[in-house]
Design a protein around this ligand. Sequence first.
Ligand code: HEC
Length: 144
Amino acid sequence: MNSHQSWSQDHSSRYSSDAFVVGLSAVILILAAVILFPRVSRAEADAGHGKELFEKRCTGCHSLDQDKEGPRLRGVYGRKAGKVPGFTYSAPLQSSAITWDDASLDKWLTNTDSLIADNDMAFRVVNPDERADIIRYLKAVSLK
Ligand code: HEC
């Protein structure tokens, strides 16, 4: 074995192990991205879509921080129904013992009268995915 051969063998074996490490790192990064990224981006997309839907469908009567025809809604998730101070609710909503969570909000937005008969909110969201996104948004702005 002359010195030239041994150099080229060393060199090529070092080169291939570097390539292996780089390749392995790339595989790990890609796997991590595939595993982690869709969850993050899906959650962000849903919250963003919920905000858009809230602004389109709800802000005619509600805002997060001011009472309009309907009460302000920041903090509504996790709160008892009919508790915004100074807002005049219908008697049936005021005297209901409902706490706003995923299930009660979904029912309310599907058909308010099926949850509380004779309430004052005449509005429905027919699409279940849209309801879920709006509820996720209300939760996000309530729990922060
Ligand atoms: C046409 C007007 C109108 C629209 C549109 C509307 N609401 Fe309402 N909302 C009301 C009124 C009025 C009340 C009070 C009902 C009562 O006192 O019976 C209310 C009450 C509520 C409550 C109960 C609040 C509490 O403090 O207990 C929630 C939750 C709610 N609305 C969510 C929504 C969401 C989410 C949307 C959009 C998808 C929406 N509303 C669209 C008028 C509206």
